[in-house]
Design a protein around this ligand. Structure first.
Ligand code: C2G
Length: 130
């Protein structure tokens, strides 16, 4: 069985996230989705997330694409997860091209095309909380 893992914040879950999960799922037989904790996002400079971690997990769950959902809470966890879950492929959007090449030591790294014209940042600007 080919296991694929992907990670994200998935704030204001949108079509771009869905397409990414679908493409990642199509690479193998079993998809693990890592969802960042609120504090890990703050640590990595994502300050203005609208949905909390439970809401973001629910959004990923409702797609029915994830066979397993894990919480990502610290730097370096990707290597630990890949080894712990026996992952074959790490997949992520092309906005990260090159950034995760170091994971090639542990599994295959694939950058998937990003969906144009939609992003959480855009949605936050379009529908600000009043
Ligand atoms: N994505 C996409 N198309 C968009 C927007 C996002 O394909 N229009 C993809 C991103 O490339 C990423 C996934 O959707 O693979 C989740 O995106 P974010 O929620 O923005 O999370 P991100 O900050 O990219 O998480 O450990 C966390 C990961 O390293 C990165």
């Amino acid at each position: 069985m080919k296991k694929v893992i992907t990670y994200g914040t998935y704030d204001l879950f949108h079509q771009g996230h869905y397409n990414l999960l679908k493409r990642a799922k199509a690479l193998g037989d079993y998809l693990i989705v890592g969802v960042t904790t609120d504090s890990f996002d703050l640590e990595r400079g994502k300050m203005n997330t609208c949905n909390n971690v439970m809401e973001r997990i629910e959004a990923v769950k409702s797609t029915g694409l994830a066979d397993q959902i894990v919480i990502e809470e610290y730097r370096g966890q990707k290597i630990d997860d890949i080894q712990k879950y026996g992952v074959d492929i790490f997949a992520i959007g092309s906005d990260w091209e090159g950034y995760f090449d170091y994971l090639n030591e542990f599994c295959k790294v694939i950058y998937l095309p990003r969906t144009q014209g939609i992003s959480s940042t855009l949605l936050r600007q379009k529908y600000p909380i009043v």
